[in-house]
Design a protein around this ligand. Sequence first.
Ligand SMILES: [Zn+2]
Ligand SMILES: [Zn+2]
Length: 349
Amino acid sequence: MKRQSMIEYGEPLQETEVETPAPTGTEVLVKITHCGVCHSDLHMHDGYFDLGGGKQLDVRAGRELPFTLGHEIAGAVEAVGPDAAGVSAGEQYAVYPWMGCGACAVCTRGDEHLCKVTHHLGTTVDGGFASHVMVPHPRYLLSMEGLDAKLAGSYMCSGLTAFSALKKVAPYLEEGPLILVGLGGVGMMGLRFARALYDTKIYGADIDPAKRQAAIDAGADEVFDPSEDGIRKTVLKASGGGVSAAVDFAGSEKSLQFSQSVVRKGGCAVVAGLIGGNFSLPAPMFPLRALAILGTFVGSLTHAREMLDLVRAGKVEAIPVELRNLDQANNALTDLREGRVIGRVVLTP
Ligand SMILES: [Zn+2]
Ligand SMILES: [Zn+2]
């Protein structure tokens, strides 16, 4: 099998070739048809996340080089192990990449993505910038029926992140409204999921007027510019004392500062974005405001299935896709890093 692999962190990807493995036990060998190129691939390629104040979170541990990035994978079953039930060669699937050990309490309650064993395709084990990928069990294969093959893999990342973040605010929404902060690709998916899931007022916030307008066009009730003077008071006034929940799809110091500041007493702010930075809040504010700040990381297999049902029901508008050959993986990373990509670049091995 051919791969576009990271030979050294931060250096251009190179083609590597290894023997295509044969599936054993419950394994399923998938011939990749599409793999999306994502911002998290850039972080993995860098080898670190920015923590603000000049600090970095090193994410190079536990990964042997050469390593193959790519976690937004869709493809067709090529071969199945003797114990892999329910799938046959030729069937098309999106691959759930956030696998755990499959056996611990966290995994058995359905939260494999939070297992301390991270068997994550394209981030801890070799992923989808390749002609093939080995999937350890058929349960990670999600039906592609009614889905656009070009985008099916990408839903496992940005779509799932947006959907799962939105599910976390459910217990807080009785008094509404909900505000979504950061209206890029993930935030806009979040807006559409929020519209489908909840019957509450939904606000949007972004510093970019074009993104605010796009949110209005997609059904946001009101939009705000977080960089405007006195914006906190404006939001508190509009919402009658604060929103009940905020989802921060940016995840920067400024966005989280703003997101939590407009949440009313007893409300919550969910952090989904990974832009980076350092956020601080005086400790007494947590009890005095009965404030919850939660992180969310991708989502569970159950959420993945529920999310794909909403996609099939037409609740998510397709993003623009540019297809490129697998050997263009490195250029795709560079273009993404330099802000030249609109929508998603999807590699076609
Ligand atoms: Zn991704
Ligand atoms: Zn586990």
